[in-house]
Design a protein around this ligand. Sequence first.
Ligand code: IPM
Ligand code: MG
Length: 357
Amino acid sequence: MTAHIVMLPGDGIGPEIVASARRVLETIADRYGHAFEFDTQLIGGAAIDATANPLPDATVKACLAADAVLLGAVGGPKWDDPSAKVRPEQGLLGIRKSLKLFANLRPVKLFPELISASPLRPEVLRGVDLMVVRELTGGIYFGEPRFREAHGDGERAVDTLEYTTEEIVRVVRLAFEIAKTRRGKVTSVDKANVLESSRLWRHVATDVAKDFPEVTLEHQLVDSAAMRLVTDPSSFDVLVTENMFGDILSDEAAVLTGSLGMLPSASLGEGKRGLYEPIHGSAPDIAGKGIANPLGTILSAALLLRHSLGLSNEADAVDTAVTRCIAMGLRTADLDASQACTTAEVTQAVVDAITKT
Ligand code: IPM
Ligand code: MG
């Protein structure tokens, strides 16, 4: 098949890990006879430097015309001035909104060989295989009004947490659809004992569940869900929650896998087009050193093949190659400082594993 893929390398280690994932996609294209066209566009701090805009119109236009988008990471100390009018993160939030990507899927799967890389005890980690479905275009990240104003001797700042029934229904439905293909359990996470928006969330989730008799729904408050994620993580199958809770819980869940560097994500909307990115950030401290873990981005490329291009055999080939590379003992420094393979070595091992299957 022919597919048009936009690459958004962004900042920090973004360009290095996106280059790795591109090599993997090129290897897949060669091996399986596809033609992938790549188009690289600006986002984040790199876009601010070049155009003074974290999300140039040309980037949005290219992404809207693409079959899929692969993103590295945005942000860094250079653009961190709290009084700055534009921030790299606005680029990321803007592209999610422009592409109407309301659901962010973050699969958290444990590679048995990496069990010792996690600070948690092996017996807690056994059997961990969960999917975080995070609402991505609503909630406190986007609610209006938001402002800062003078107040007495100091200031006052306001953010707004709002949800509509429609916004909750579409993401919760997706969580149920996913649960149907897995172990048939949805945990809806909220703060319904305090927040009005969470009470609506819980009401809507209960309603949606009626259409999925084969799936079990449980509700859990976000604070106790945070605790259960590290005390009994294997009891989760699909966890669905609002934007900010999902942001926080998915970083927490990443600890289960040994490194934030391992986790991919897929952001999806109504159609097939999606945006794929590792869940880690731009890691400015190691940028340009060639030591970043490329596997979160490579696994994101696998999700891209699966969800946006419908190429499940090819996606399986990438997943298998990553598993093999881990089994062979290749580890970047985030997983094992004593080994410290380079980004290039790990990428090459994945490419070799794909060519040999
Ligand atoms: C993430 C990140 C982003 C978010 C930031 C960079 C805006 O933390 O993708 O999880 O909060 O959504
Ligand atoms: Mg985050």
